[in-house]
Design a protein around this ligand. Structure first.
Ligand code: NAD
Length: 473
């Protein structure tokens, strides 16, 4: 196993690398031990970053769109040139296999491919002899981007790229569980951006409220859990910040009775278990007709047997640990509870011996609504498989949740599947796939899974205010 040398990253404030007022240990989830200390910014350092952002904003706003897009292409170049280092850091702090870490960083560059060519043309509502009315999209100002630990670089780039293209400046606050690669990204980006345009500050969970409550910040783009999202919204209300909230989900998948288990089994499995189940829009509850139940369970178990859990830097591993101890405890608790309620853990995979936040790939049947594993979001490598007799009942059960991030329907009859998809209450409903999140398509939650979207022109508009120019002739 390669042990890369890493240098301790610093905060990026006003174009410079600075140490924090304190430090924060970061744990490698495959050992359970701290592998590095990163800076923890103080409230005063956050104030400095906010002041620098506000100083940088006017000239960035006034930089022509095409030059801002050139700058995000430069960002992509810097990332490409440093992908080995960044991927190593993502694997060390997040736990995912190195190939998946590279995949995450590669996927983040698609933000640049899309937003690097987007336009923000004014909408002309009226243009006649009496006057002209234009709707313009103007930047909001200083954006605070708060990210989570499952895809640290992807989540940061989801915010940085559209925010900059729209003419804003950004302060990213990564999760205290995974700050390392994001801090390093902040350092690297200073090669191609003016000071204050992208800054990265790490710290404890206390830094989040300091950012959301800060009067010098004008928008918060937050990725994380529903409870924290509510705090973010409440705190942002103090200065009426714009908010985009990308929150949790408990996505249902419904297999229709004409689906072939041999065809859908593999995709269903990875819909739930990609990134060790730590995906906001992973498939988290699977509804299967009684007639297909055994065959689908067998197909899932066959695919589960191909999973090799281990340290992300080890050859041959295709699933990493759970990222942090509280999350591991939660996944254990929900799984143990499901088994205590009569659930049958019909597949449990192998995990390495020794320390590390290991949890076996687990498939559970024989549980229903009313069990926490079904009703709550586990966010780890375990999924319950439920049966249904009546499709209307399956749809009602799938919708009976406060979450509404994603959902899916599985059938070779695409019209029939689309008709069922129509009835599912979620921000995205996929047919024969789950999840698909790209820069070109809006992604966001219905109900308590979020407010607003990332991706597409809609995601770009979320980094703008509408400004009307109305001329009387
Ligand atoms: P979390 O909400 O605890 O933390 C997310 C971020 O919020 C971290 O950076 C954290 O430091 C910060 N934070 C904590 N308290 C804060 C506060 N009071 N004010 C401002 N910021 C604060 O997230 P978690 O529970 O560790 O992450 C898992 C959740 O994230 C799951 O529910 C998952 O579905 C969700 N998620 C959603 C998306 C999406 O795009 N919809 C993507 C990834 C993860």
């Amino acid at each position: 196993m390669a042990t890369p040398t890493i240098t301790r990253p610093r905060l990026t404030i006003n174009g410079r690398g600075v140490d924090g007022a304190g430090t924060l240990p970061v744990i490698d989830p495959s050992t359970g031990e701290s592998f590095i200390e990163v800076p923890a910014a103080s409230a005063a350092q956050l104030d400095e970053a906010v002041a620098a952002a506000n100083a940088a904003f006017p000239s960035w706003r006034d930089t022509p769109l095409q030059r801002r897009q050139d700058a995000v292409r430069d960002i992509a170049e810097v990332i490409r040139a440093n992908i080995d280092e960044l991927a190593n850091l993502v694997t060390l702090e997040q736990g995912k296999p190195l190939g998946n870490a590279r995949g995450e960083i590669g996927a983040s560059l698609r933000q640049v491919d899309f937003f690097g060519q987007s336009t923000l043309e004014p909408e002309i509502i009226k243009d006649d002899e009496t006057g002209r009315v234009e709707v313009r999209r103007v930047p909001i100002g200083v954006v605070g981007g708060i990210t989570v630990w499952n895809y640290p670089i992807l989540a940061a780039m989801f915010k940085i790229v559209p925010a900059l293209v729209a003419g804003n400046v950004v302060i990213i606050k990564p999760s205290p569980y995974t700050p390392v690669a994001t801090l390093r990204l902040g350092e690297l980006l200073q090669e191609v951006l003016p000071p204050g345009v992208v800054q990265v500050v790490s710290g404890t969970d206390e830094l989040g409220p300091a950012l959301t409550g800060h009067p010098g910040v004008h928008k918060i783009s937050f990725t994380g859990s529903v409870p924290t999202g509510k705090h973010v919204m409440a705190s942002s209300a103090g200065t009426l910040k714009r908010v985009t909230l990308e929150l949790g989900g408990n996505d249902a998948g419904i297999v229709l009775d004409d689906a072939d288990p041999a065809v859908v089994g593999k995709d269903l499995f990875w819909a739930a278990f990609s990134n060790s189940g730590q995906v906001c829009a992973a498939l988290k509850r699977l509804y299967v007709p009684e007639s297909k139940f055994d065959a689908i369970c067998d197909a899932l178990a066959a695919e589960a047997a191909t999973v090799v859990v281990g340290p992300g830097l080890q050859e041959g591993v295709n699933a990493g640990p759970v990222q942090n101890k509280p999350q591991l405890d939660r996944v254990r608790e929900l799984t143990d509870d499901a088994i205590a309620q009569g659930g049958d853990a019909f597949f449990r995979g192998e995990v390495p011996d020794g320390p590390g936040y290991w949890f076996p790939t687990t498939l559970i049947r024989g549980v229903a609504e009313g069990t926490r594993l079904v009703d709550e979001e586990p966010f780890g490598p375990v999924v319950p498989i439920l049966t249904y007799r009546d499709l209307d009942d399956a749809v009602a059960r799938a919708n009976n949740t406060d979450y509404g991030l994603g959902a899916s329907v599985w059938s070779p009859d695409l019209d029939r599947a689309a008709a069922v998809a129509e009835r599912l209450d979620a921000g995205s409903v996929w047919v024969n796939q789950h999840p698909v999140v790209t820069a070109t398509v809006p992604f966001g939650g219905a109900k308590q899974s979020g407010i607003g979207v990332e991706g597409s022109i809609h995601g770009l508009h979320a980094y703008t205010n509408i400004k009307v120019l109305s001329i009387r002739r």
